[in-house]
Design a protein around this ligand. Structure first.
Ligand code: PEP
Ligand code: MN
Length: 338
């Protein structure tokens, strides 16, 4: 059972209502949905408890006007993530930049942070194109342990300089919970990569870090499994979640993965969370990034994540799929026309 509280009700009053329930031995807790709204999450309420709750919500002078909606919807696997419970589109604020509803964002940068010079050149290009969100991955989840694992802690200083010089918001991947404290020094948004989509301990720890989360769909994760995994983020206190379709495995190797635009179109019917795509990892082919980025915008999704490198011959990972800065500029111009 969920009580959605009206917007702009003080946390003190919401906590007071929750304490009232707790005094009645009802297992309830307050969750913050966004800057202006809370909900009370009540697990496994008995019939008698439901009667107490409904009575308070309908008749108590102090509380009866603060409830927007009582939701009994209980999909066993997810409810906070569900559009049936929260009908309004979520808008996520990443370092002052809005993503979701009518706000489309481009998130761009190299596959991995390699040097200050590389990130400066990239940041200049992003700024020229009015792109405010930058990929700044210092930890890389690689298929082989012998592949480049990211610049790691040496990247913290680089990313702090980039933020200071260019005032960009940074998205950076947490490959495990122990990486989160380093990321918190500079990242405005924590990315959870496809390989960790169902790493529930990491999802729990990341949600509790207090930053927005860019959450990628696993390459073999169904939409239902993806939404159930997303619920770990919301139930652990993070409602600022951006979903990201980055391609799934299919029988065909024509593209690196298969960008599931059908899922991108279907997700808004199931969830209030914004959804973006990552055409770079989906295709692995730079010439296919622009058409799929355009398609993403046309079908009403809320953004794209694009890999770009000033000299991809020097790139330490995903060299082939990264756009040159010229092609990235062209992509921005083309998307602006839509
Ligand atoms: C990435 O965005 O850096 C990445 C590793 O992508 P994915 O998790 O989608 O493979
Ligand atoms: Mn990559």
């Amino acid at each position: 059972m969920l009580l959605i509280i009206k917007k702009n009700i003080s946390s003190t009053l919401v906590e007071k209502l929750n304490s009232y329930f707790n005094l009645e031995h009802i297992n309830s807790r307050v969750l913050r949905m966004n800057d202006s709204q809370y909900l009370i999450d009540i697990r496994r309420a008995t019939k008698e408890e439901q009667a107490i709750i409904e009575n308070v919500c309908n008749n108590n002078v102090e509380f009866k006007n603060i409830i927007e909606k009582i939701s009994f919807y209980h999909n066993d696997k997810y409810c906070l993530t569900s559009r049936k419970v929260i009908s309004e589109d979520t808008i996520v604020n990443i370092g002052g930049h809005l993503l979701g509803k009518d706000n489309f964002q481009i998130i761009a940068g190299p596959c991995a942070v390699e040097s200050l010079d590389q990130m400066r050149r990239t940041a200049e290009c992003l700024k020229e194109n009015n792109v405010n969100l930058m990929r700044g991955c210092i930890y890389k989840p690689r298929t082989s342990p012998y592949d480049f694992q990211g610049i790691q802690e040496a990247g913290i200083e680089i990313m702090l300089k980039i933020k200071e010089e260019f005032d960009l918001a940074i998205v950076s991947e947490a490959t495990s919970a122990k990486r989160i404290p380093s990321l918190l020094q500079f990242a405005d948004c924590i990315q959870i990569g496809a390989r960790n989509c169902q790493n529930f301990d990491l999802l729990t720890d990341a949600a509790q870090a207090g930053k927005p989360i860019l959450f990628k769909r696993g390459m073999s994760t169904t939409v239902e499994e993806y939404l159930s995994a997303t619920e770990y983020l919301l139930t652990n206190g993070c409602f600022d979640v951006v979903l990201c379709e980055r391609g799934i495995k299919t029988f065909d190797n024509e593209t690196r993965n298969c960008l599931d635009l059908g899922a991108v179109a279907a997700l808004p019917y199931k969830t209030h969370l914004p959804i973006i795509t990552d055409p770079s990892h989906a295709t692995g082919r730079p010439e296919l990034v622009l058409p799929l980025a355009k398609a993403t915008k046309v079908i009403g999704a809320h953004g794209v994540m694009i890999e770009t490198h000033y000299n991809r011959d020097l790139a330490k990972c995903d060299a082939r799929q990264q756009l040159t800065l010229e092609n990235f500029t062209n992509l921005c111009n083309e998307l602006n026309k839509i």
